[in-house]
Each structure stands twice: as C-alpha cells, then as structure tokens.
Ligand binder design. Structure first.
Ligand code: NAP
Length: 274
C-alpha cells in the first residue's frame, strides 16, 4: 500500500520541493499551505493534493488531517516544515513580533504534533520529522528570536522522542544549514534593524558581511528535499540529522571545542563582537 506524507509550509522553498520529491518517489502527498492561492509548482502531480493549513489555526490543522484521511486513508509521515525568521537586534523589537515567531515555529509545531499523535497511534505508528536548523545548535548575532525558536524546538523534539517511542511513533529532527530559498529575504523583510537605536549601527555594520555570507545559503531546496526524504525513509529511529550546508565549520566548532574556545572562535567570526 502506498504511504502518505503530510507536510506544512509547502508554498515555497523546502516545502514545495519536498512535497514534489515525495510524490515523485511513490508517496501520496498532502501538501499543506496557509493560503491555497500561493500553492505554485504543485499542479498536476498525481497523488498530491493541496490542502489549507495554517499552523496558528487549530481548526485548519484538524480539517487538513480529516481531508487527508478521507482521501488517502492513513498518514505515515508528517513533516513540520513551516517556519520563518526575523533579523534585527532585540532591543526595541515589539513583543508581538517575537510572540508571532514562536507561534509559528514552536507552538505551530506543537499544535500539529498534538493533533497527529492519536492518528498515528491508532494506525500502529508513524514518523514525525521536524525541520529545525543549525541555528538550533549555535547562536548568531542579529537573529536571537528566530534562533531561540529553533533552540526551543531542539529541546521539545528531543524530549517528546522518548515519550512517543512508547507509542511506536518515531520523531526526527532535520537540522539544515543555509538553503537558497525566500527564507532570508523574508527574514530581512521582518527585520527591525537597529531597533531605532543608532548605538548598534557600528556593530551591525561590522557583523553584516559575515551574516550576509551565512545567509546566502549553499543548498538547493531540491537537495534538501532529497536529504529529508532519506532521513524520513531510512527505517531507523535516529533522532537528529544535521545537514550543515555551508556552516560545517560552525557546527564542528560547537561540537569539538570546549565552551570558552568555542566562544572565542565564534567572536572571531563576527568582528565587532570581541
Ligand atoms: P520559505 O521558502 O520562506 O518557506 C517557509 C514556509 O513556511 C512557507 O511555505 C510559508 O508559507 C510557511 N509558513 C509561514 N508561516 C506559516 C503558518 N502560520 N502556517 C503555515 N505555514 C506557514 O523558507 P524555507 O527555507 O523553505 O523554510 C522551511 C523551513 O526550513 C523553516 O522551518 C526554516 O526555519 C527552515 N530552515 C531554513 C533555512 C534556510 O537557509 N532557508 C535554514 C535552516 C532552517 P507562506 O508562503 O504562506 O508564508
């Protein structure tokens, strides 16, 4: 029997590429988007349906799951991919903007997971793969809110992996580095820059080059889709899949240096922070 995968945030970038890749590799796919008018590149694919799902809106999560089960009968893999970032210094950042980022990147994931658990248990098991970030492994300047959402996800996903193993549900965390998607443009659009505090201008100017380089991204969404597919279908209960596209040196430093050597290493990456 064909397996079914449901993914959030498939209007662009990693989401659309992953939805296509799974459909091309034998899965039924429920490609969810928060606004169906933005579902480009998913037309005319056999066994792929586009369904509305806004991770901030519980009713749309429930209705998407209902529609998915009506059409395909079961859900084998759920991919929490929806997420966005925002750049800028924390001082002066409106608390509503901070909460909104958590609402999507953290509470949105929790909301989806809570609703799919009973379905997966009833089926005898399933896989929940979550798109985190290498930004859940190390911190970066001018990105504290986004980075902290991905750190939160790390702790949440690692913790539920234990309890959901008892329900035969395998939980995975995919941690990508830089990908060439609209993500960075969106994060820049959401930026509050210097927070109207000119005292940060010199710091922002000195870290800008390094941050721009990191933000460029080196992996295509198609490459990432292939790696996500490999992680979701490897038949293991492995939790973490670090895919450090372009940021291998930062992951290595975090893993291999002691805390103080790591701090010195990171400050040296960002002139103006040491
Ligand atoms: P993207 O092209 O900007 O796609 C983000 C997706 O999330 C869009 O489909 C967007 O939908 C969706 N989304 C945002 N808010 C949503 C909500 N409330 N409900 C449902 N969907 C929502 O960026 P991407 O690079 O593919 O990002 C995918 C994932 O990879 C994110 O979790 C991101 O944090 C992670 N990631 C990206 C990078 C990178 O370098 N690009 C690196 C590490 C991790 P709309 O079009 O409706 O806004």
């Amino acid at each position: 029997m064909k397996k079914t995968m449901l993914i959030t945030g498939s209007s662009s970038g990693v989401g659309v590429a992953t939805a296509r890749y799974f459909a091309e590799h034998g899965f039924n796919v429920v490609a969810t988007v928060r606004n169906p008018d933005t579902a480009h590149g998913l037309d005319g694919i056999a066994n792929l349906m586009v369904v509305r799902l806004d991770v901030e809106d519980t009713a749309t999560i429930e209705s998407a799951l209902t529609v998915a089960l009506e059409r395909f009968g079961r859900i084998d893999v759920v991919i929490n991919n929806a997420g966005y970032g925002q750049y800028g210094v924390i001082e002066g950042m409106p608390i509503e903007k901070i909460r909104k980022n958590y609402d999507v990147n953290v509470f949105g994931v929790i909301n989806v997971i809570q609703r799919v658990i009973p379905i997966l248990r009833q089926q005898g098991g399933g896989i929940i793969l979550n798109v985190g970030s290498c930004g859940g492994i190390f911190g970066l300047p001018n990105s504290a809110v986004y980075i902290s959402t991905k750190f939160a996800l790390e702790g949440f996903i690692e913790s539920i992996a234990y309890e959901l193993a008892s329900q035969h549900i395998v939980v995975k965390l995919f941690e990508p580095g830089g990908i060439m998607t609209p993500f960075h443009e969106r994060s820049a659009r959401e930026s509050n820059g210097n927070g109207n505090v000119p005292a940060y201008d010199a710091f922002l100017a000195s870290t800008q080059e390094a941050m721009t380089k990191l933000a460029e991204g080196v992996a295509t969404p198609e490459q990432v889709a292939k790696d996500i597919y490999a992680a979701a279908t490897d038949g293991t209960d492995r939790l973490r899949y670090c895919a450090p596209y372009g940021v291998e040196h930062l992951v290595k430093a975090r893993r291999e240096l002691d805390d103080q050597a790591y701090e010195r290493f990171m400050r040296a990456q960002f002139p103006g922070t040491n």
